[in-house]
Design a protein around this ligand. Structure first.
Ligand code: ATP
Ligand code: MG
Ligand code: MG
Ligand code: MG
Length: 562
């Protein structure tokens, strides 16, 4: 490829809309262009990198026994009705209707579709284990698409699904995928950690996230330097509740929550934030909480929340703030809880930190509530997220904390989908059994962004070689001089023949402009061809990551650096 033919419109200025460095650099390097919020076109440089990440992924999936397929993006609503997720998936699902008014979605994930495929085909334990995967666009109508490719609404994912005859088989498949993921991120040249993860709404017992280490990441992870424990802060085992009881304050009566709390609550519940709202009153009838928003003397809104026995957790999608509504029976109170505070709630248990609890009087609440001491009808779970310095749950040494980007996740699913969708096979004894499943995702486009977050400097991107759009660029200092351009062309042909993925910057621009672009786009190796190449047969080779330069004979370039 020659730069004169390459569509890579670079920008000198950092676009104002881009908050994180990967987004800024991908726009500046002419790799991506925005179409709509969270929706991007990949230009040739980005597409080359994406294809390399895909290829590494594909090779490791195949080596682990996976078989590639391609399922449709459009999925019928009925399949999701079967699993019970049509309603449960919520607003993140992009839904469409055909001309006959039938409901479909653009696939945010493919458990339902793959389960239905295998259900109709695989009848015997002899056909197991089975691992099928695809690399395809996924659609999630994220509440806040942001950070460029990091949180898109249309993005590329590799998703593999495993089908086994029993739990032991599932765990074997899980381990194969865990090992394959380790190889993939290693081959991509990234610093990462597999961490124990929450398995969220998807269900199942085991899960790990593969976290690419970067300060700009949205995930906090803890790890232990003395043993191999590592977990996301959502998963990490927390400080026991007893330790916190000592910190409990005295009960104090206070009035209704302050304006800021109310504002957060409104945001959280998706009701308009009315600055004039003065009070929020709550009632609870065992299993339902009614939130009534009051402005002056008028009710302005009412929201019913189901399945709240004594408490519930409401969490903003982007985790900026958590609001909990909780208290003792009779009155419920809103409490604003700082970012980073963990509240775990299931249908019957709750906990509160900085608790504000109802005092069975309208508009009056207590602060300093100690959940165990002050209300015994609720089981107390853990209160906050793990922090740096907390004891490692395995060896007790202080934990370290770092930030990262979730680039992949592996899950065991068990029989959640196969049971719901009646996907069964006949075992050795002719007995009908549900498939025991696992699912495994890698965000291919997010991995590209994560690679940039981890590898950049003030001049631009520093690609790990395996996923760079080109491994090397040849820059004739003055392409207007025919001998220099010819020497560049010749070297280009030789390197290509010897298998180097190389680009020739044949533009008749000033050398400074070409050097700047080379640094911005981040080719791992720059080979400069100039008068000395013509006269003495030498070229200057510069390593992007270290800035180190060597002068060597033209024929020695490959053995020197590539
Ligand atoms: P997140 O916690 O960031 O919302 P997730 O846990 O919802 O991600 P999974 O369902 O585990 O994502 O999907 C598998 C992989 O797909 C993720 O590990 C991530 O790399 C990628 N991914 C998920 N959502 C997005 C998105 N909106 N944009 C880009 N990649 C994404
Ligand atoms: Mg998500
Ligand atoms: Mg996640
Ligand atoms: Mg995930």
């Amino acid at each position: 490829m020659r730069t004169t033919q390459l569509y890579a419109p670079t920008l000198r200025q950092t676009p104002a809309e881009a908050e994180v460095v990967s987004h800024q650099l991908m726009l500046r390097a002419g790799m991506i262009r925005k179409v709509a919020g969270g929706i991007y076109t990949y230009l040739p440089l980005a597409w080359r990198t994406l294809k390399k990440i895909e290829q590494i992924t594909r090779e490791e999936m195949d080596a682990a026994g996976g078989q590639e397929i391609m399922m449709p993006i459009i999925q019928p609503g009925e399949l999701w009705e079967e699993s019970g997720r049509w309603g449960a998936y919520g607003d993140e699902m992009m839904r469409i209707k055909d001309r006959h008014d039938r409901e479909f979605c653009l696939g945010p994930t493919h458990e339902e579709m793959i389960t239905s495929l295998v259900r109709d085909e695989v009848k015997s334990y002899k056909q197991l284990p089975l691992m099928l995967y695809q690399i395809q666009d996924k659609f999630r109508d994220e509440r806040r698409p942001r950070f460029g490719l990091m949180r898109g609404r249309e993005f590329i994912m590799k998703d593999l699904y495993s089908f086994d005859k029993d739990e032991a088989g599932m765990l074997e498949s899980y381990q194969k995928m865990f090992d394959a993921y380790t190889k993939i991120f290693t081959r991509c040249g990234l610093k990462f950690r597999p961490v124990e993860a929450d398995n969220g709404a998807i269900g199942g017992a085991h899960s790990h996230e593969f976290t690419v280490l970067a300060e700009s990441g949205e995930s906090n992870i803890v790890y232990c330097e003395s043993c191999d424990y590592a977990a996301s802060d959502e998963k990490a085992e927390l400080k026991p509740i007893e330790a916190q009881a000592e910190e409990a304050q005295e009960l104090k009566k206070v009035s209704t929550p302050d304006a800021h709390t109310i504002e957060l609550l409104c945001k959280c519940l998706n009701v308009p934030v009315e600055k004039t709202i003065k009070a929020v009153a709550f009632q609870t009838e065992t299993n339902e909480v009614v939130l009534t928003f009051v402005r002056g003397d008028h009710e302005v809104n009412e929201t019913k929340v189901q399945n709240a026995v004594g408490a519930l957790e409401l969490r903003m999608a982007d985790d900026d703030a958590i609001i909990a509504v909780g208290g003792c029976p009779g009155f419920m109170s809103p409490i604003g809880i700082k970012k980073g505070t963990k509240i775990l709630v299931d249908n019957t248990a709750m906990n509160i930190c900085n608790a504000v609890s109802g005092a069975n009087e309208k508009d009056v609440h207590y602060t300093g509530v100690n959940p165990k001491r002050d209300f015994t009808d609720v089981e107390v779970l853990d209160i906050r997220l793990v922090q740096k310095g907390d004891p490692c749950p395995h060896c007790g040494k202080p934990l370290e904390m770092t930030r990262g980007i979730e680039a992949g996740q592996v899950f065991t699913l068990g029989t959640k989908y196969s049971e719901a969708m009646h996907a069964t096979f006949l075992d050795e004894n002719g007995k009908e059994k549900p498939f025991v499943m696992g699912c495994y995702g890698i965000g291919v486009s997010r991995t590209m962004a994560a690679a940039i977050e981890q590898n950049n400097d003030k001049d631009g991107i520093i690609w790990p070689r395996a996923i760079a759009p080109f491994e090397a660029v040849i820059v004739p200092i003055n392409a207007k001089v025919p001998e220099q351009l010819e020497a560049g062309e010749k070297l280009y042909d030789e390197l290509k023949v010897s298998g180097v993925d190389v680009l020739l910057d044949d533009r008749k621009e000033r050398a400074g402009v070409k050097f700047k672009d080379a640094d911005l786009i981040g080719y791992p190796v720059r080979i400069t061809v100039g008068p000395k190449t013509v006269e003495e047969n030498t070229v200057e080779v510069r390593i992007r990551r270290t800035g180190e330069t060597v002068v060597c004979e033209k024929e020695k370039v490959k053995e020197t650096v590539l």
